[in-house]
Ligand binder design. Structure first.
Ligand code: UFG
Length: 337
């Protein structure tokens, strides 16, 4: 059985990846200090995968404890999720973002080099494309400067990895550029757990539907799109998780590869609201507000490379993702009652 270090494995995408890894016969070693997660996710994980993984409550920025972990296990691969991810927060507290996201990455990369770990998978984001000229972005679409410190940590993370790969390093790196992961595990045992008021669309929608929030504000309906609202490529989190497992099977002479992780199709904010209403049978209260600073009009992935080279494509629909997110939200609500 292959040991896979999963940093941030109690987080949103991390926890779903742990489940996929166990299903595919890997043994995930999760490192998470739970600052952005909760024991609810660990309980859900234990229900889903029993003792198929191990958990260490540690901070990736603590080099001594990370070194001890690399001494304790022989990792066949490392998947690095541990990072802050709120665009808005990162504008308020840029140093916190640069410190955590970059120091954690540098620590883990250095250990992968020193311990000759063959494979490294980095959580990147379509934010590295900034506001692109074309709505559909390829992996070779030129990177643009992002709008937020969070975006910069992903942009700089890729740069650090590229610079490291200018010299020979004993591992292959895959940078997975996620589009908009949504949804939850179909069991309702794990899902997205934003702290405080959600920034992202789908948790905002589901918390509005339960009555936890009073109404959704759609940030602008005057964009140059068919219904005036922004368009994004929403991809089921279980599909995103599967992309990481597929990365471990990926073999290619190229030591550094980048892949778009999306569906290749865009949906507008209003389409998401309508789909949610269909799937849940609920009417969603919403108002149209001002544009949100930093939002781009439209972006979706070109998925040829992830399909043909990585051998991965999204299998679940946006409706599946919305149904699973709604199931998770209702269960989470009950657990908190
Ligand atoms: N939206 C609303 N109301 C809300 C929340 C979101 O109208 O309350 C809209 C946004 O304006 C946007 C769309 O829903 O048009 C999606 O917004 P999200 O915040 O869910 O996602 P973003 O596309 O803004 O951000 C995502 C990731 C970031 C990443 C970024 C890169 O969450 O991590 O894509 O483009 F940096």
């Amino acid at each position: 059985m292959k040991n896979v270090l999963v940093t941030g494995g109690a987080g949103y995408i991390g926890s779903h990846t742990v489940v996929s890894l166990v299903e595919q016969g890997f043994y995930p070693v999760v490192v998470d200090d739970l600052r952005s997660s909760s024991s609810l996710i660990l309980e859900g994980l234990s229900t889903l995968v029993k003792d198929g993984y191990t958990f260490h409550r540690e901070d990736v920025c603590d080099l001594d404890s990370m070194t001890r972990l690399f001494q304790e296990y022989r990792f066949d691969a490392v998947i690095h999720f541990a990072a802050y991810k709120s665009v808005g927060d990162s504008c308020e507290e840029p140093l916190k973002y640069y410190h955590n996201n970059l120091l954690g990455l540098i620590n883990i990369l250095g250990l992968c080099r020193d311990f000759c770990i063959p494979k490294f998978v980095f959580s990147s984001s379509c934010t590295v494309y900034g506001e692109p000229d074309e709505k559909q972005v390829y992996e070779h679409t030129p990177k643009r400067l992002p709008e937020s410190p969070y975006g910069f940590t992903k942009w700089m993370g890729e740069q650090i990895i590229e610079d490291l790969h200018r010299n020979v390093v004993p591992f292959q790196t895959l940078c997975l550029r996620y589009f908009n992961p949504i949804g939850a595990h179909p069991s309702g045992m794990i899902g997205e757990l934003p702290k405080g008021i959600p920034n992202n669309l789908l948790p905002y929608i589901t918390q509005t539907a339960t009555g936890e929030l009073s109404s959704l504000t759609i940030f602008g309906d005057d964009y140059p799109t068919p219904d005036g609202t922004c368009i994004r490529d929403y991809v089921h989190v279980c599909d995103v998780a599967d992309a990481h497992v597929q990365s471990l099977f990926f073999s290619d002479p190229n030591p550094l590869c980048f892949f778009n992780i999306g569906t290749g199709c865009g949906s507008s904010v209003l389409e998401m609201v309508r789909l949610f209403e269909q799937v849940s049978g609920k009417t969603l209260p919403y108002t149209i507000g001002k544009r949100r600073k930093g939002d781009i009009t439209e972006i979706f992935a070109n998925v040829n490379a992830s399909k043909n080279l990585l051998g991965w494509s999204a299998k679940r629909t946006v409706e599946d993702a919305i149904r699973d997110a709604w199931n998770w939200e209702q269960r989470r609500n009950k657990t908190h009652d």
